[in-house]
Ligand binder design. Structure first.
Ligand code: PMV
Length: 346
């Protein structure tokens, strides 16, 4: 334990032992448009989901927290442990190494309310919360760019070659336009609702990204055309989002879903949910995230959101969440979770 500041504080100030734990938070994210193509150089639009939070608590390992019973969705890791490291652990170990504390052993408990492997950015969000917790434990200020880099270190482990959209979105305070590693805040002038539906099927981002690469490599000229079309759709979506053109944005989402289907990342279950949302009156719908399972995102008029949610659950979604687009405008996003009609896990 080289130069452990927390330990120092405990030892040298018995009346005020100082913090023995650091706490960090982050959120889930949803990609509006640009998943997969963003890996190949297009922009993408994404936003954080604060009602699906992650909380991480970091303690010096000598505090002995191993006996705690963890709730479902919660997990623990210890830096420097033998065995393959998760994305959050890689991010924290890289942070400690950069601070010259690579030999320190820290226990991190991650309380994750984000369903795993559903395209909602759980790995990036857990890494973001864990790094923030360890930074607080050590009293370190971490610049936003550094935090992004650290989360990205973990994402490369979790996903292979990650574009950085997840790392950017889970650390953002509102919708972002992401292009080639840089995120900028976006204007939202839309009065509608987004309904997110969980297929209940976990998808592997690494597997999906590898499959898309194979499709694109098969015919480079066709790949260039597809990526150019994707860029046009994403650019149009940004205009529709700021200009409040819900119907046009829905059409754009459907066109992007067609591209994702060509790339091989949709599934019959996803197609069924997209159709159910449209039949219930949604402007448009598409998968969000890596696909091959995961979640579907539907855009709908606000008054139709409950019916669209019900239709999605009837069509097999295990749960839905509704995000008013007006809430995307402010820094404090809000998300109202709808009651799942039935909870089944496949
Ligand atoms: O892991 P997911 O489902 O949140 O998706 C990440 C988005 C991808 O474009 C599929 C991969 C990437 O690195 O951008």
């Amino acid at each position: 334990m080289n130069g452990h500041p927390v330990r120092e504080r405990i030892r040298h100030n018995s009346t005020d032992p100082g913090p023995v734990a650091g706490v960090g938070h982050s959120y889930a994210k949803a990609i509006l448009l640009g998943e997969h193509t963003v890996v190949h150089g297009t922009p993408a639009i994404a936003f954080p989901l604060p009602a699906l939070p992650v909380r991480a608590v970091a303690r010096p390992a000598f505090a002995g927290t191993e006996a705690d019973v963890l709730a479902a969705g919660h997990f623990r890791f210890r830096t420097g442990e033998a065995g393959s490291a998760s994305g959050p652990r890689v991010a924290v170990e890289e942070a400690l190494r950069r601070w010259g504390l690579g030999d320190d052993i820290v226990d991190v408990v991650v309380e994750c309310d984000i369903p795993l492997a559903r395209g909602l950015g759980s790995s990036a969000a857990c890494a973001g919360a864990a790094v923030r917790a360890v930074a607080e434990l050590y009293g370190r200020a971490v610049a936003p760019g550094t935090l992004y880099e650290l989360v990205q270190c973990g994402e490369q482990v979790a996903h292979g070659r990650a574009s950085g959209i997840d790392a950017s979105a889970v650390l953002a305070s509102g919708p972002i336009w992401f292009h080639e590693g840089t995120a900028r805040p976006m204007t939202v002038g839309l009065d509608a609702a987004l309904v997110i539906a969980d297929t209940g099927v976990p998808g592997s981002t690494q597997h999906a990204v590898a499959g898309v690469r194979r499709v694109l490599d098969r015919d480079r000229a066709a790949a260039d055309r597809l990526l150019a079309e994707a860029t046009d759709l994403i650019t149009a979506a940004a205009t529709d989002l700021s200009g409040g053109h819900a119907a046009a944005l829905g059409t754009t989402m459907l066109a992007f879903q067609r591209l994702l289907t060509e790339l091989g990342v949709s599934t019959p279950h996803i197609d069924t949910l997209v159709t159910a949302a449209l039949d219930a009156g949604a402007y448009g719908a598409k998968l969000t995230g890596a696909g091959l399972g995961g979640c579907v995102l539907a855009l709908t008029a606000t008054d139709l959101a409950p019916a669209v949610g019900t239709a999605l659950r009837r069509a097999g979604a295990v749960r839905t969440w509704t995000v008013p687009t007006a809430s995307l405008r402010s820094d404090a996003l809000s998300l109202s979770a709808s009651r799942p009609e039935r909870e089944t896990h496949r």
